[in-house]
Design a protein around this ligand. Structure first.
Ligand SMILES: Nc1ncnc2c1ncn2[C@@H]1O[C@H](COP(=O)(O)OP(=O)(O)OP(=O)(O)O)[C@@H](O)[C@H]1O
Ligand SMILES: O=P(O)(O)OC[C@H]1O[C@H](OP(=O)(O)OP(=O)(O)O)[C@H](O)[C@@H]1O
Ligand SMILES: [Mg+2]
Length: 285
């Protein structure tokens, strides 16, 4: 039976379970459950702290796991990414008091609080710096005002928490993170996974693709079809079906979700009617 780790709490937990459900897998109904067996798909899910997922997968105890790229790198475990899942996007960055002008080079000899000490030490070493790295478990943004640190390195999502604490990010992004499906990889290269693991990865990838696209349907005057298909070329080419009125055709094409509104504007401008956008639940591209 395939063994798969899923975050049991925190930012990634609910979206990870949702994505697995969309991909057709059984998930827990009780938030305290630590395991769920999906007998239909022959998979056992283990609900673990997001920080620990890479440790279990790297040790080979579990076949696959969902965690953050930043957490996987911080763990130092021998894992590699199988699928980037497109949620839980964040930037791991240095930050300091917004009223001071900080540069990475200023960090030498300073106290830096973080929940990701390995990533920070690696980054400092890459800059040829040594500093006092103070490991905290969370709520890192408050450590400067409490006098424990001069600067921090932490996960930034919307940036709201930094602003609330009078902090500003500086320096390059240390790790651009998102949720990832990981597998064991002794050298960090693409993991070699079993056929069963590959199938779960393909199903998740199908949901990720589906979330990146919308299906557009519209009616188009037949003489404008060429110009309309230039606006919505689809993946291979759009589906074109006749309508009862021979002067019109129905067109169906997938479009990138973030381009959907400009594309719909352009179609309406051209003379298309009844332009409809609908969600895609899953797909194989
Ligand atoms: N505000 C956020 N926006 C986007 N991603 C985030 C955010 N906060 C955390 N993450 C991502 O979620 C993952 C782990 O975060 P999370 O805070 O859920 O776990 P944790 O800090 O280990 O647990 P907890 O906060 O419950 O102690 C990381 O990959 C991180 O990049
Ligand atoms: O940029 P923002 O959107 O404000 O999000 C960033 C915050 O979210 C996470 O905290 P979390 O809620 O996980 O608490 P923690 O610090 O205790 O882990 C992260 O550690 C930051 O503190
Ligand atoms: Mg957290």
């Amino acid at each position: 039976m395939l063994k798969v780790a899923v975050p049991n709490k925190g930012t990634l937990s609910e979206p990870a379970a949702h994505m697995l459900r969309e991909a057709g897998y059984r998930q827990r109904s009780e938030s305290r459950d630590l395991t769920v067996i999906d007998t239909v798909n022959d998979v056992e899910f283990f609900f673990l702290r997001p920080k620990d997922v890479a440790v279990y997968v790297g040790s080979g105890e579990l076949d696959l796991g969902i965690t953050g790229r930043d957490l996987a790198r911080e763990s130092g475990a021998p894992v590699g990414e199988v699928v980037a899942l497109g949620f839980g996007q964040s930037s791991f960055r240095y930050a300091g008091p917004a009223d001071q002008d900080w540069h990475v080079a200023d960090l030498g000899g300073k106290r830096i609080a973080t929940a990701y000490p390995h990533l920070v030490r690696q980054d400092l070493a890459a800059h040829g710096l040594t500093a006092d790295v103070i490991r905290l478990d969370g709520a890192v943004e408050i450590s400067i005002q409490l006098g424990v640190a001069d600067a921090i390195a932490d996960v930034v999502g919307s940036g709201r928490t930094l602003r609330q604490h009078g902090l500003a990010a500086f320096g390059d992004v240390i790790c651009a993170s998102e949720a990832v499906l990981i597998g064991r990889s002794p050298d960090g290269a693409d993991p070699q996974v079993s056929a069963a693991a590959r199938q779960l990865a393909t199903r998740l990838q199908g949901v990720v693709f589906a979330q990146q696209y919308l299906m557009l349907d519209y009616d188009c005057p037949a003489e404008l079809l060429e110009r309309a298909t230039a606006i919505t070329p689809g993946l291979e080419s759009p589906t074109v079906a006749p309508l009862a009125d021979p002067n019109w055709v129905a067109v169906r094409a997938m479009v990138r979700r973030h381009q959907a509104n400009p594309v719909m504007d352009a179609l309406a401008e051209l003379g298309a009617k009844a332009v409809l956008a609908s969600d895609i639940r899953s797909c194989r591209l």
